[in-house]
Ligand binder design. Sequence first.
Ligand code: AMP
Length: 119
Amino acid sequence: MSYDENNVFAKIINGDIPCKKIYEDAFAIAFEDINPKAPIHILVIPKGKFTDIADFGTNANAAEITGFWRAVSRISEEKNLKEKGFRVIANTGSDGGQEVPHFHVHILAGKPIGKMVQD
Ligand code: AMP
């Protein structure tokens, strides 16, 4: 899949549409999900143009990969998520339920998140 320059997260990175930003560094931006599924529902996206987690793992350089995952860890620390726990999800492709074709992870927290998948 080629990268869609007009996807909604590309527009957030470019500043073309607003977001409730909670973190930004050279490699990543994090903001609140517009349709939260838990009391804390944060999306973390790399600034680079990657369609999904497989594209990111294959084509991002080492600094981009390290920077992205460090950002996830920093957010978990800054939001005090480690004591009670949290879940990280990377929906990928159609069977994975991915809606936005720019790699992102969901951080869900603030209550017991429940079963990993539906039966
Ligand atoms: P996914 O199914 O993993 O691609 O999830 C995409 C997520 O992006 C969904 O949880 C949406 O609620 C969220 N979303 C879509 N547009 C926006 C937006 N403009 N600001 C914040 N979150 C958004």
